[in-house]
Design a protein around this ligand. Structure first.
Ligand SMILES: [Zn+2]
Length: 354
C-alpha cells in the first residue's frame, strides 16, 4: 500500500485533483487494479428504528472496488439546480452541488461482506471538507430521529392505542426499550420511513487522484437502489405518496413549525415502506456562521422567506393524508374554514418564525 499511496501523492501533485470526469468514473469496474480506500471519520447515527445503517464505525477502512454513475439517481442533484437554488437558504446543504455514484464497498481487512452504497462528494474540490460532510450527516441524523418517532406513532396508531398526540408517542419512546421497538418496527406489519444513514469518510488512497483525491471527504450511505424518486421536493415534480407526506407533516408539526424535513427522496419497497436518502433540514433559526457560504450571504436580510414558512409548507404538502389527521386534525378544519396553512386556527401547536 505504501508504494501505491506514494504514486497516488505524486499523481495528485501533477493534476491538482481538480477536474472530475464522470465518463471516466463510469468505466471503472471490479477488475480494475486501481481503486481507492476510505477511512470512516464520522458515524454518529446508530439507531435503526428510523434509519438503515451501514454498520461502519469510525476508524474502519473501506475499499471501493466498483464505482459507477447511474442516471436514475439524478434527482439527487435537483436541489442544486440553478432554477431551484435561489429559493433555498444560502448554506452548504442547499447550495453546493454534489456528485453521486453507486459504489461497491468492502472492509479493507476482508473481514466483512461487500455492500452497495451511495457515495456522494461535493463537486468542487474546495468543498470536500470534513465540516461540510458533517452537515450532510447531521441532516440525515435529524431526519432519522423524526422518522423513528413517526414510525412509533404510526405503529401505535395501527395498533389502535389511540395515541393521537405525538407527545404521547415521544414519551413512549423515552421509556420503552430500543429492542422492543426495533422488533416491532422490523416485523413488517406496518410500513415505515427510514433514512439511509450516511457515514463521512476520508479518501486515504486513490488510484484515480484527479477524480477522487487523497484527503477529500465524502459520504457513504447504505442505498443500493438504482433510482431515486422525489416525494417532497418542490410541489411540482413530486410523486404524492401518503407516507412521505405524512412524515413531512409530522416532523413540521412536532417541531412546532421550526424544522421541515425537505427534499424527501428515495424509494418505496414492495411492502409500502420508504427508504429516503440525503434529506435536508430546513430550520427556522438563521444558519450558523459556519454553515453560511461566503461572508456576504444575503440570507440574513430575509430569513423567513427561505425558511420553514406556511407558504412553503402548503406548497410541499398540498393536502393531508389520513395519517395526518390523527396527529393534526386542526389543519383540515382550518383549511375548510378558509384559513391559510396548517396553523390557521392557532390551536395546532405550530409557531412560525417571523
Ligand atoms: Zn398533512
Amino acid at each position: 500500500m505504501g508504494a501505491q499511496v506514494g504514486r497516488v501523492h505524486d499523481a495528485l501533485r501533477e493534476c491538482g485533483g481538480e477536474n472530475l470526469h464522470t465518463s471516466v468514473l463510469t468505466s471503472l469496474d471490479f477488475n480494475e487494479v486501481q481503486e481507492f480506500v476510505l477511512r470512516v471519520v464520522d458515524a454518529p447515527i446508530d439507531d435503526s428504528r428510523g434509519a438503515c445503517l451501514t454498520g461502519y464505525n469510525v476508524g474502519d477502512e473501506l475499499k471501493v472496488v466498483q464505482f459507477s454513475t447511474v442516471n436514475e439517481l439524478n434527482p439527487l442533484g435537483w436541489r442544486h439546480q440553478e432554477k431551484t437554488r435561489p429559493q433555498w437558504p444560502h448554506t452548504y446543504r442547499f447550495q453546493v452541488p454534489k456528485r453521486s455514484w453507486q459504489a461497491m464497498v468492502v472492509p479493507d481487512n476482508s473481514a466483512g461482506s461487500q455492500q452497495v452504497c451511495l457515495l456522494q462528494m461535493a463537486a468542487s474540490p474546495d468543498e470536500r471538507t470534513r465540516e461540510n460532510a458533517q452537515f450532510d450527516v447531521e441532516d440525515s441524523k435529524v431526519a432519522a430521529v423524526y422518522a423513528q418517532r413517526f414510525n412509533l406513532h404510526q405503529q401505535n396508531t395501527v395498533a389502535g392505542m389511540g395515541m393521537a398526540d405525538p407527545k404521547d408517542s415521544a414519551a413512549v419512546a423515552a421509556t420503552s426499550t430500543m429492542d422492543d421497538e426495533t422488533a416491532l418496527i422490523e416485523n413488517g406489519t406496518f410500513p415505515t420511513i427510514k433514512v439511509a444513514a450516511p457515514v463521512a469518510c476520508e479518501v486515504i488512497a486513490s488510484g484515480y487522484p484527479s477524480m477522487v483525491p487523497v484527503g477529500a471527504i465524502c459520504t457513504l450511505a447504505p442505498y443500493a437502489e438504482k433510482r431515486v424518486q422525489e416525494y417532497v421536493f418542490d410541489g411540482q415534480s413530486d410523486e404524492f405518496s401518503e407516507l412521505p407526506q405524512a412524515y413531512f407533516h409530522y416532523a413540521a408539526f412536532t417541531s412546532g413549525g421550526k424544522e421541515y424535513v425537505c427534499d424527501i427522496q428515495g424509494v418505496e419497497d414492495d411492502d409500502g415502506s420508504f427508504l429516503i436518502v440525503d434529506p435536508c433540514i430546513l430550520k427556522a433559526d438563521l444558519p450558523g456562521v459556519r454553515d453560511l457560504i461566503g461572508a456576504v450571504a444575503n440570507v440574513q436580510s430575509e430569513p423567513s422567506k427561505n425558511g420553514p414558512t406556511v407558504e412553503r409548507f402548503d406548497t410541499l404538502h398540498p393536502k393531508c393524508t389520513q395519517a395526518c389527521r390523527v396527529f393534526d386534525p386542526q389543519r383540515r378544519s382550518a383549511m375548510r374554514n378558509g384559513k391559510v396553512g396548517m396553523c390557521g386556527m392557532g390551536a395546532c401547536g405550530l409557531r412560525f418564525a417571523k
